[in-house]
Design a protein around this ligand. Structure first.
Ligand code: SIN
Length: 489
Protein backbone atom coordinates (compact mmCIF):
# COMPACT_ATOMS: atom_id res chain seq x y z
CA UNK A 1 0.00 0.00 0.00
CA UNK A 2 1.27 3.48 -0.88
CA UNK A 3 2.24 5.86 1.87
CA UNK A 4 -0.66 7.97 3.14
CA UNK A 5 -0.43 11.41 4.72
CA UNK A 6 -2.61 10.00 7.49
CA UNK A 7 -1.81 6.27 7.84
CA UNK A 8 -4.59 5.86 10.42
CA UNK A 9 -7.09 6.02 7.54
CA UNK A 10 -5.84 2.66 6.40
CA UNK A 11 -8.15 0.46 8.44
CA UNK A 12 -8.05 -3.30 8.13
CA UNK A 13 -10.82 -4.11 10.58
CA UNK A 14 -14.60 -3.94 10.35
CA UNK A 15 -16.33 -1.00 12.06
CA UNK A 16 -18.95 -2.22 14.46
CA UNK A 17 -20.71 -0.22 17.18
CA UNK A 18 -18.10 2.53 17.09
CA UNK A 19 -15.06 0.25 17.25
CA UNK A 20 -12.74 -1.35 14.72
CA UNK A 21 -12.91 -5.11 15.26
CA UNK A 22 -11.99 -8.45 13.73
CA UNK A 23 -8.92 -10.27 12.53
CA UNK A 24 -7.61 -9.05 9.15
CA UNK A 25 -7.52 -12.19 7.02
CA UNK A 26 -9.19 -11.69 3.63
CA UNK A 27 -6.78 -10.33 1.03
CA UNK A 28 -7.49 -7.11 -0.82
CA UNK A 29 -5.63 -7.03 -4.12
CA UNK A 30 -4.51 -4.21 -6.38
CA UNK A 31 -5.99 -5.12 -9.78
CA UNK A 32 -3.18 -3.28 -11.59
CA UNK A 33 -0.45 -5.67 -10.45
CA UNK A 34 -2.03 -8.38 -8.31
CA UNK A 35 -0.19 -7.34 -5.14
CA UNK A 36 -1.90 -7.72 -1.80
CA UNK A 37 -2.43 -4.23 -0.40
CA UNK A 38 -4.21 -5.15 2.80
CA UNK A 39 -6.49 -7.59 4.60
CA UNK A 40 -9.89 -7.26 6.18
CA UNK A 41 -11.86 -9.58 8.47
CA UNK A 42 -13.90 -12.33 6.87
CA UNK A 43 -16.94 -12.01 9.10
CA UNK A 44 -20.21 -13.88 8.90
CA UNK A 45 -23.73 -14.09 10.27
CA UNK A 46 -22.84 -13.51 13.92
CA UNK A 47 -21.02 -10.24 13.25
CA UNK A 48 -23.73 -9.11 10.83
CA UNK A 49 -26.34 -9.69 13.52
CA UNK A 50 -24.22 -7.73 16.01
CA UNK A 51 -23.95 -4.86 13.50
CA UNK A 52 -27.72 -4.76 13.00
CA UNK A 53 -28.28 -4.88 16.77
CA UNK A 54 -25.82 -2.00 17.24
CA UNK A 55 -27.57 0.04 14.54
CA UNK A 56 -30.92 -0.74 16.10
CA UNK A 57 -29.74 0.32 19.57
CA UNK A 58 -28.36 3.58 18.14
CA UNK A 59 -31.51 4.36 16.17
CA UNK A 60 -33.70 6.08 18.83
CA UNK A 61 -30.86 8.40 19.89
CA UNK A 62 -29.89 9.36 16.35
CA UNK A 63 -33.48 9.71 15.11
CA UNK A 64 -34.26 11.80 18.20
CA UNK A 65 -31.64 14.43 17.36
CA UNK A 66 -32.78 17.60 15.71
CA UNK A 67 -32.33 17.88 11.97
CA UNK A 68 -29.73 20.57 12.59
CA UNK A 69 -27.73 18.27 14.88
CA UNK A 70 -27.70 15.49 12.28
CA UNK A 71 -26.85 18.00 9.59
CA UNK A 72 -23.87 19.27 11.59
CA UNK A 73 -22.38 15.77 11.89
CA UNK A 74 -22.90 15.08 8.19
CA UNK A 75 -21.31 18.40 7.35
CA UNK A 76 -18.28 17.54 9.50
CA UNK A 77 -18.01 14.19 7.71
CA UNK A 78 -18.15 15.92 4.32
CA UNK A 79 -15.37 18.32 5.37
CA UNK A 80 -13.19 15.44 6.57
CA UNK A 81 -13.75 13.52 3.33
CA UNK A 82 -12.58 16.50 1.30
CA UNK A 83 -9.65 17.30 3.62
CA UNK A 84 -8.48 13.69 3.23
CA UNK A 85 -9.33 13.33 -0.43
CA UNK A 86 -5.81 12.49 -1.56
CA UNK A 87 -5.48 9.66 0.94
CA UNK A 88 -8.97 8.40 0.12
CA UNK A 89 -8.28 8.52 -3.61
CA UNK A 90 -4.98 6.72 -3.05
CA UNK A 91 -6.73 3.89 -1.21
CA UNK A 92 -9.44 3.83 -3.87
CA UNK A 93 -7.04 3.60 -6.81
CA UNK A 94 -5.00 0.94 -5.01
CA UNK A 95 -7.96 -1.38 -4.56
CA UNK A 96 -10.13 -0.50 -7.56
CA UNK A 97 -7.65 0.51 -10.24
CA UNK A 98 -9.20 3.68 -11.66
CA UNK A 99 -6.71 6.47 -12.45
CA UNK A 100 -5.90 8.70 -9.48
CA UNK A 101 -7.49 11.75 -11.12
CA UNK A 102 -10.70 9.84 -11.65
CA UNK A 103 -10.52 8.57 -8.06
CA UNK A 104 -10.18 12.16 -6.84
CA UNK A 105 -13.25 12.98 -8.92
CA UNK A 106 -15.10 10.14 -7.25
CA UNK A 107 -14.18 11.39 -3.78
CA UNK A 108 -15.55 14.84 -4.66
CA UNK A 109 -18.67 13.12 -6.07
CA UNK A 110 -18.99 11.11 -2.82
CA UNK A 111 -18.65 14.26 -0.71
CA UNK A 112 -21.27 16.05 -2.80
CA UNK A 113 -23.93 13.57 -1.60
CA UNK A 114 -22.95 14.12 2.02
CA UNK A 115 -23.09 17.88 1.56
CA UNK A 116 -26.44 17.75 -0.25
CA UNK A 117 -28.08 15.56 2.39
CA UNK A 118 -26.61 17.54 5.28
CA UNK A 119 -28.71 20.37 3.86
CA UNK A 120 -31.69 18.22 2.94
CA UNK A 121 -31.94 16.84 6.50
CA UNK A 122 -33.63 20.10 7.43
CA UNK A 123 -36.28 19.82 4.72
CA UNK A 124 -37.95 16.52 5.51
CA UNK A 125 -41.43 17.70 6.41
CA UNK A 126 -44.79 16.16 7.21
CA UNK A 127 -48.20 17.55 6.35
CA UNK A 128 -51.34 18.89 7.99
CA UNK A 129 -54.20 17.94 5.68
CA UNK A 130 -57.80 19.19 5.47
CA UNK A 131 -59.82 17.07 7.87
CA UNK A 132 -62.88 14.93 7.22
CA UNK A 133 -64.36 15.96 10.60
CA UNK A 134 -64.70 19.30 12.32
CA UNK A 135 -63.46 17.91 15.64
CA UNK A 136 -60.37 16.22 14.22
CA UNK A 137 -57.16 17.07 12.44
CA UNK A 138 -55.20 14.94 10.00
CA UNK A 139 -51.46 15.03 10.62
CA UNK A 140 -48.99 13.16 8.44
CA UNK A 141 -45.59 12.56 10.02
CA UNK A 142 -42.60 11.67 7.88
CA UNK A 143 -40.38 9.51 10.07
CA UNK A 144 -37.08 7.67 9.48
CA UNK A 145 -37.69 4.10 8.35
CA UNK A 146 -35.24 2.54 10.86
CA UNK A 147 -32.13 0.45 10.35
CA UNK A 148 -30.89 0.54 6.75
CA UNK A 149 -28.60 -2.04 5.16
CA UNK A 150 -26.49 -0.79 2.25
CA UNK A 151 -24.89 -3.39 -0.01
CA UNK A 152 -22.51 -1.50 -2.25
CA UNK A 153 -20.49 -2.24 -5.40
CA UNK A 154 -16.79 -2.12 -6.26
CA UNK A 155 -17.04 0.25 -9.23
CA UNK A 156 -17.58 3.36 -7.06
CA UNK A 157 -16.21 2.29 -3.67
CA UNK A 158 -16.84 5.72 -2.09
CA UNK A 159 -19.70 7.40 -3.94
CA UNK A 160 -22.10 4.46 -3.89
CA UNK A 161 -21.75 4.35 -0.10
CA UNK A 162 -22.34 8.03 0.53
CA UNK A 163 -25.16 8.16 -2.02
CA UNK A 164 -27.01 5.55 0.03
CA UNK A 165 -26.08 6.30 3.61
CA UNK A 166 -25.89 10.10 3.64
CA UNK A 167 -29.64 10.44 2.93
CA UNK A 168 -30.42 7.57 5.31
CA UNK A 169 -28.44 9.20 8.13
CA UNK A 170 -29.86 12.63 7.31
CA UNK A 171 -33.39 11.22 7.63
CA UNK A 172 -32.52 9.78 11.08
CA UNK A 173 -31.83 6.17 10.10
CA UNK A 174 -28.82 4.18 11.26
CA UNK A 175 -26.89 2.03 8.81
CA UNK A 176 -24.99 -1.19 8.24
CA UNK A 177 -22.81 -1.10 5.13
CA UNK A 178 -21.54 -4.22 3.41
CA UNK A 179 -18.97 -3.05 0.86
CA UNK A 180 -17.92 -5.17 -2.09
CA UNK A 181 -15.20 -7.72 -1.16
CA UNK A 182 -12.91 -6.20 -3.83
CA UNK A 183 -13.00 -2.67 -2.33
CA UNK A 184 -13.54 -2.67 1.45
CA UNK A 185 -10.64 -0.36 2.34
CA UNK A 186 -12.22 2.83 1.00
CA UNK A 187 -15.38 1.98 2.96
CA UNK A 188 -13.37 1.50 6.16
CA UNK A 189 -11.52 4.79 5.64
CA UNK A 190 -14.90 6.50 5.27
CA UNK A 191 -15.99 4.80 8.49
CA UNK A 192 -12.94 6.16 10.30
CA UNK A 193 -13.83 9.66 9.08
CA UNK A 194 -17.46 9.12 10.16
CA UNK A 195 -16.16 8.24 13.62
CA UNK A 196 -14.11 11.44 13.73
CA UNK A 197 -17.06 13.48 12.46
CA UNK A 198 -19.03 12.52 15.57
CA UNK A 199 -21.62 9.95 14.53
CA UNK A 200 -22.62 8.12 17.72
CA UNK A 201 -21.50 4.50 18.17
CA UNK A 202 -23.72 2.15 16.18
CA UNK A 203 -25.08 4.80 13.79
CA UNK A 204 -22.62 3.76 11.07
CA UNK A 205 -21.34 0.19 10.82
CA UNK A 206 -19.21 -1.33 8.06
CA UNK A 207 -18.97 -5.07 7.97
CA UNK A 208 -16.68 -7.09 5.72
CA UNK A 209 -16.77 -10.79 4.98
CA UNK A 210 -18.89 -13.53 3.54
CA UNK A 211 -21.41 -11.93 1.14
CA UNK A 212 -23.89 -14.80 1.35
CA UNK A 213 -23.93 -14.95 5.16
CA UNK A 214 -23.95 -11.20 5.68
CA UNK A 215 -26.50 -10.65 2.92
CA UNK A 216 -28.62 -13.39 4.47
CA UNK A 217 -28.74 -11.58 7.81
CA UNK A 218 -29.27 -8.13 6.31
CA UNK A 219 -32.24 -9.35 4.26
CA UNK A 220 -33.87 -11.43 7.01
CA UNK A 221 -33.20 -9.61 10.28
CA UNK A 222 -36.48 -8.25 11.64
CA UNK A 223 -34.83 -4.96 12.64
CA UNK A 224 -33.54 -4.06 9.18
CA UNK A 225 -36.32 -2.05 7.55
CA UNK A 226 -34.72 -1.19 4.21
CA UNK A 227 -32.14 -2.94 2.07
CA UNK A 228 -30.41 -0.70 -0.46
CA UNK A 229 -28.38 -2.42 -3.15
CA UNK A 230 -26.41 -1.38 -6.20
CA UNK A 231 -25.31 -4.23 -8.45
CA UNK A 232 -26.54 -6.78 -10.93
CA UNK A 233 -30.20 -7.42 -11.67
CA UNK A 234 -29.78 -11.11 -10.83
CA UNK A 235 -28.45 -10.40 -7.34
CA UNK A 236 -31.08 -7.68 -6.86
CA UNK A 237 -33.80 -10.24 -7.49
CA UNK A 238 -32.29 -12.62 -4.93
CA UNK A 239 -32.14 -9.86 -2.30
CA UNK A 240 -35.71 -8.89 -3.09
CA UNK A 241 -36.87 -12.48 -2.59
CA UNK A 242 -34.89 -12.83 0.63
CA UNK A 243 -36.35 -9.57 1.96
CA UNK A 244 -39.91 -10.66 1.32
CA UNK A 245 -40.03 -12.78 4.49
CA UNK A 246 -39.89 -9.69 6.70
CA UNK A 247 -41.56 -7.33 4.18
CA UNK A 248 -38.62 -4.95 4.00
CA UNK A 249 -38.50 -2.04 1.67
CA UNK A 250 -35.95 -2.83 -1.03
CA UNK A 251 -34.26 0.04 -2.89
CA UNK A 252 -32.50 -1.32 -5.95
CA UNK A 253 -30.14 0.28 -8.44
CA UNK A 254 -29.46 -2.52 -10.89
CA UNK A 255 -27.87 -3.20 -14.23
CA UNK A 256 -28.46 -1.24 -17.38
CA UNK A 257 -27.80 -1.74 -21.06
CA UNK A 258 -27.56 1.90 -22.08
CA UNK A 259 -28.21 2.83 -25.69
CA UNK A 260 -26.51 5.86 -27.20
CA UNK A 261 -28.38 6.97 -30.31
CA UNK A 262 -26.74 9.21 -32.90
CA UNK A 263 -29.37 10.67 -35.23
CA UNK A 264 -28.59 12.05 -38.68
CA UNK A 265 -28.99 15.66 -37.46
CA UNK A 266 -26.57 15.21 -34.51
CA UNK A 267 -23.47 17.33 -33.98
CA UNK A 268 -21.04 14.46 -34.56
CA UNK A 269 -18.10 16.07 -32.73
CA UNK A 270 -20.25 16.60 -29.66
CA UNK A 271 -21.58 13.05 -30.00
CA UNK A 272 -18.05 11.66 -30.03
CA UNK A 273 -17.16 13.68 -26.92
CA UNK A 274 -20.27 12.34 -25.16
CA UNK A 275 -19.53 8.82 -26.39
CA UNK A 276 -16.07 8.88 -24.83
CA UNK A 277 -17.27 9.76 -21.36
CA UNK A 278 -20.35 7.59 -21.43
CA UNK A 279 -18.43 4.54 -22.69
CA UNK A 280 -14.94 4.74 -21.20
CA UNK A 281 -15.49 6.32 -17.76
CA UNK A 282 -14.18 3.84 -15.19
CA UNK A 283 -13.00 1.56 -18.03
CA UNK A 284 -16.60 1.00 -19.07
CA UNK A 285 -17.50 -0.28 -15.62
CA UNK A 286 -20.50 1.84 -14.65
CA UNK A 287 -24.17 0.94 -14.71
CA UNK A 288 -24.80 3.95 -16.93
CA UNK A 289 -21.99 3.25 -19.41
CA UNK A 290 -23.12 3.04 -23.01
CA UNK A 291 -23.49 -0.58 -24.03
CA UNK A 292 -24.94 -0.04 -27.52
CA UNK A 293 -24.14 2.74 -29.98
CA UNK A 294 -27.08 3.01 -32.39
CA UNK A 295 -26.02 5.20 -35.29
CA UNK A 296 -28.09 6.42 -38.25
CA UNK A 297 -26.71 4.72 -41.31
CA UNK A 298 -26.16 8.04 -43.12
CA UNK A 299 -23.70 9.25 -40.44
CA UNK A 300 -22.40 5.84 -39.36
CA UNK A 301 -19.05 5.91 -41.17
CA UNK A 302 -18.31 9.51 -40.23
CA UNK A 303 -19.12 8.80 -36.56
CA UNK A 304 -16.91 5.69 -36.46
CA UNK A 305 -14.06 7.55 -38.13
CA UNK A 306 -14.29 10.42 -35.65
CA UNK A 307 -14.55 8.06 -32.66
CA UNK A 308 -11.40 6.16 -33.61
CA UNK A 309 -9.07 9.07 -32.86
CA UNK A 310 -9.88 9.73 -29.17
CA UNK A 311 -10.29 6.02 -28.41
CA UNK A 312 -6.85 5.42 -29.91
CA UNK A 313 -5.44 8.12 -27.63
CA UNK A 314 -6.68 6.53 -24.39
CA UNK A 315 -3.73 5.47 -22.24
CA UNK A 316 -3.86 2.23 -20.35
CA UNK A 317 -1.77 1.70 -17.26
CA UNK A 318 -1.40 1.74 -13.51
CA UNK A 319 -3.77 4.35 -12.11
CA UNK A 320 -0.89 6.05 -10.31
CA UNK A 321 1.13 6.70 -13.48
CA UNK A 322 0.92 10.18 -14.97
CA UNK A 323 -1.21 10.50 -18.10
CA UNK A 324 -3.04 7.18 -17.64
CA UNK A 325 -6.73 7.41 -18.51
CA UNK A 326 -7.70 3.73 -18.32
CA UNK A 327 -6.81 1.37 -15.49
CA UNK A 328 -7.24 -2.38 -15.25
CA UNK A 329 -10.59 -4.16 -15.12
CA UNK A 330 -11.55 -5.35 -11.68
CA UNK A 331 -11.20 -9.14 -12.00
CA UNK A 332 -10.38 -11.97 -14.41
CA UNK A 333 -14.11 -12.62 -14.68
CA UNK A 334 -14.61 -9.06 -15.94
CA UNK A 335 -11.94 -9.52 -18.62
CA UNK A 336 -13.39 -12.89 -19.61
CA UNK A 337 -16.81 -11.31 -20.13
CA UNK A 338 -15.39 -8.71 -22.54
CA UNK A 339 -13.59 -11.49 -24.41
CA UNK A 340 -16.69 -13.67 -24.59
CA UNK A 341 -18.85 -10.81 -25.86
CA UNK A 342 -16.28 -9.93 -28.49
CA UNK A 343 -15.80 -13.53 -29.64
CA UNK A 344 -19.55 -14.01 -29.94
CA UNK A 345 -19.92 -10.74 -31.89
CA UNK A 346 -17.10 -11.66 -34.28
CA UNK A 347 -18.57 -15.10 -34.86
CA UNK A 348 -21.82 -13.41 -35.83
CA UNK A 349 -20.25 -11.00 -38.29
CA UNK A 350 -18.98 -7.97 -36.33
CA UNK A 351 -15.67 -6.37 -37.34
CA UNK A 352 -12.95 -4.95 -35.10
CA UNK A 353 -12.10 -1.31 -35.84
CA UNK A 354 -9.70 -0.81 -32.94
CA UNK A 355 -8.31 -2.84 -30.03
CA UNK A 356 -9.82 -6.25 -29.48
CA UNK A 357 -7.25 -7.86 -27.19
CA UNK A 358 -5.69 -7.90 -23.77
CA UNK A 359 -2.84 -5.52 -23.22
CA UNK A 360 0.68 -6.78 -22.45
CA UNK A 361 0.58 -4.52 -19.36
CA UNK A 362 -1.02 -7.25 -17.28
CA UNK A 363 -3.79 -9.81 -17.19
CA UNK A 364 -6.52 -7.36 -16.19
CA UNK A 365 -5.72 -4.70 -18.80
CA UNK A 366 -7.90 -4.75 -21.89
CA UNK A 367 -7.47 -2.45 -24.86
CA UNK A 368 -10.26 0.05 -25.54
CA UNK A 369 -12.11 -1.58 -28.42
CA UNK A 370 -14.53 -0.55 -31.16
CA UNK A 371 -16.54 -3.03 -33.22
CA UNK A 372 -18.96 -2.32 -36.04
CA UNK A 373 -21.64 -4.52 -37.53
CA UNK A 374 -23.25 -5.25 -34.15
CA UNK A 375 -26.73 -6.76 -34.30
CA UNK A 376 -29.53 -7.61 -31.90
CA UNK A 377 -28.62 -11.30 -32.13
CA UNK A 378 -25.31 -10.82 -30.33
CA UNK A 379 -24.73 -11.31 -26.60
CA UNK A 380 -23.44 -7.76 -26.31
CA UNK A 381 -26.87 -6.52 -27.39
CA UNK A 382 -28.68 -8.34 -24.61
CA UNK A 383 -26.16 -8.27 -21.76
CA UNK A 384 -24.16 -5.49 -20.17
CA UNK A 385 -20.50 -5.95 -21.17
CA UNK A 386 -19.24 -3.74 -18.30
CA UNK A 387 -15.92 -3.16 -20.00
CA UNK A 388 -14.19 -1.04 -22.66
CA UNK A 389 -15.98 -2.50 -25.69
CA UNK A 390 -17.86 -0.02 -27.89
CA UNK A 391 -20.31 -1.90 -30.11
CA UNK A 392 -21.81 0.03 -33.03
CA UNK A 393 -25.14 -0.78 -34.69
CA UNK A 394 -26.79 0.87 -37.71
CA UNK A 395 -30.39 2.01 -37.99
CA UNK A 396 -32.49 3.54 -40.77
CA UNK A 397 -35.43 5.23 -39.06
CA UNK A 398 -36.24 6.96 -35.80
CA UNK A 399 -38.83 4.31 -34.93
CA UNK A 400 -36.31 1.56 -35.48
CA UNK A 401 -33.77 3.30 -33.21
CA UNK A 402 -36.26 3.86 -30.39
CA UNK A 403 -37.58 0.30 -30.59
CA UNK A 404 -34.06 -1.13 -30.51
CA UNK A 405 -33.12 1.15 -27.61
CA UNK A 406 -36.18 0.02 -25.63
CA UNK A 407 -35.65 -3.66 -26.49
CA UNK A 408 -33.93 -5.00 -23.36
CA UNK A 409 -35.85 -5.58 -20.16
CA UNK A 410 -33.62 -3.08 -18.36
CA UNK A 411 -34.17 0.70 -18.34
CA UNK A 412 -31.51 2.65 -16.46
CA UNK A 413 -29.86 5.29 -18.67
CA UNK A 414 -30.13 6.22 -22.34
CA UNK A 415 -28.40 8.91 -24.37
CA UNK A 416 -29.12 10.47 -27.72
CA UNK A 417 -27.74 13.19 -29.92
CA UNK A 418 -30.02 15.20 -32.20
CA UNK A 419 -30.71 18.83 -33.05
CA UNK A 420 -34.28 18.81 -34.28
CA UNK A 421 -36.37 20.12 -31.40
CA UNK A 422 -39.49 18.10 -32.15
CA UNK A 423 -37.44 14.93 -32.44
CA UNK A 424 -35.73 15.62 -29.12
CA UNK A 425 -39.07 15.88 -27.32
CA UNK A 426 -40.52 12.87 -29.16
CA UNK A 427 -37.59 10.55 -28.50
CA UNK A 428 -37.03 11.72 -24.92
CA UNK A 429 -40.65 10.86 -24.13
CA UNK A 430 -40.62 7.47 -25.86
CA UNK A 431 -37.42 6.12 -24.29
CA UNK A 432 -38.23 3.66 -21.49
CA UNK A 433 -35.44 4.62 -19.11
CA UNK A 434 -35.18 6.26 -15.70
CA UNK A 435 -32.56 8.71 -17.00
CA UNK A 436 -32.01 10.22 -20.44
CA UNK A 437 -29.03 12.29 -21.50
CA UNK A 438 -29.88 14.50 -24.48
CA UNK A 439 -26.77 15.84 -26.21
CA UNK A 440 -24.65 14.85 -23.22
CA UNK A 441 -22.89 11.66 -22.17
CA UNK A 442 -22.58 12.51 -18.49
CA UNK A 443 -25.71 12.71 -16.36
CA UNK A 444 -24.49 11.85 -12.85
CA UNK A 445 -24.90 14.49 -10.15
CA UNK A 446 -26.12 14.57 -6.56
CA UNK A 447 -28.74 17.12 -7.66
CA UNK A 448 -30.71 14.69 -9.85
CA UNK A 449 -32.70 11.52 -9.09
CA UNK A 450 -30.50 8.63 -10.24
CA UNK A 451 -32.28 5.34 -10.90
CA UNK A 452 -33.94 3.04 -13.34
CA UNK A 453 -37.23 1.53 -14.40
CA UNK A 454 -38.17 -1.97 -15.61
CA UNK A 455 -35.54 -4.46 -14.35
CA UNK A 456 -33.00 -1.70 -13.63
CA UNK A 457 -34.45 -0.86 -10.26
CA UNK A 458 -37.18 0.67 -8.19
CA UNK A 459 -35.73 3.61 -6.31
CA UNK A 460 -34.01 6.96 -6.75
CA UNK A 461 -30.73 8.18 -5.24
CA UNK A 462 -29.75 11.84 -5.17
CA UNK A 463 -31.89 14.98 -5.11
CA UNK A 464 -34.74 15.48 -2.63
CA UNK A 465 -36.27 12.20 -3.91
CA UNK A 466 -33.30 10.27 -2.51
CA UNK A 467 -34.07 11.06 1.13
CA UNK A 468 -37.77 10.25 0.86
CA UNK A 469 -36.79 6.61 0.24
CA UNK A 470 -35.57 6.41 3.83
CA UNK A 471 -38.72 7.74 5.43
CA UNK A 472 -42.19 6.41 5.97
CA UNK A 473 -45.47 8.15 6.52
CA UNK A 474 -47.53 7.97 9.66
CA UNK A 475 -51.08 9.28 9.50
CA UNK A 476 -52.30 10.60 12.84
CA UNK A 477 -55.97 11.38 13.27
CA UNK A 478 -56.09 13.85 16.12
CA UNK A 479 -59.67 13.68 17.37
CA UNK A 480 -61.67 14.95 20.33
CA UNK A 481 -61.04 18.58 19.52
CA UNK A 482 -63.49 21.42 20.06
CA UNK A 483 -66.05 21.35 17.31
CA UNK A 484 -64.34 23.08 14.50
CA UNK A 485 -63.50 26.70 13.89
CA UNK A 486 -62.73 28.71 17.07
CA UNK A 487 -65.72 30.74 18.29
CA UNK A 488 -65.31 34.49 18.06
CA UNK A 489 -66.59 37.35 20.16
C1 SIN B 1 -23.12 3.15 -11.05
O1 SIN B 1 -22.42 2.66 -11.89
O2 SIN B 1 -23.91 2.46 -10.38
C2 SIN B 1 -23.11 4.62 -10.73
C3 SIN B 1 -22.64 5.48 -11.80
C4 SIN B 1 -22.76 6.94 -11.50
O3 SIN B 1 -23.15 7.36 -10.40
O4 SIN B 1 -22.48 7.72 -12.40
Amino acid sequence: MRVLADPSLFRQQAFLDGRFVGEPSFEVVNPADGTVIGRVPHLGAEAATAAVDAASAAFPGWAGKTAQERSDVLRAWRDLILENRIDLATILTSEQGKPLLEALGEIAYAASYVEFYAEEAKRVAGELLPSHRADARIMVLRQPIGVVAAITPWNFPAAMITRKIAPALAAGCTVVVKPAPETPLTALALAELARRAGFPAGAVNVITGDPIEIGGVLTSHEKVRLVGFTGSTDVGKILMRQSAGTVKKVALELGGNAPFIVFDDADLDAAVEGAMVSKFRNMGQTCVCTNRFLVDTSVHDAFVEKLKAPVGELRLGDGFSAGVTQGPLITRRAVAKVEEHLADALARGAQIVLGGRRSPLGELFYEPTIVTGATALMRLAREETFGPLAAIYRFETEDEAVEAANGPETGLAAYFYARDYARIIRVMERLEFGMVGVNTGLISTELAPFGGIKQSGNSREGSSHGIIEFTELKYVCLGGLANGWPAHG
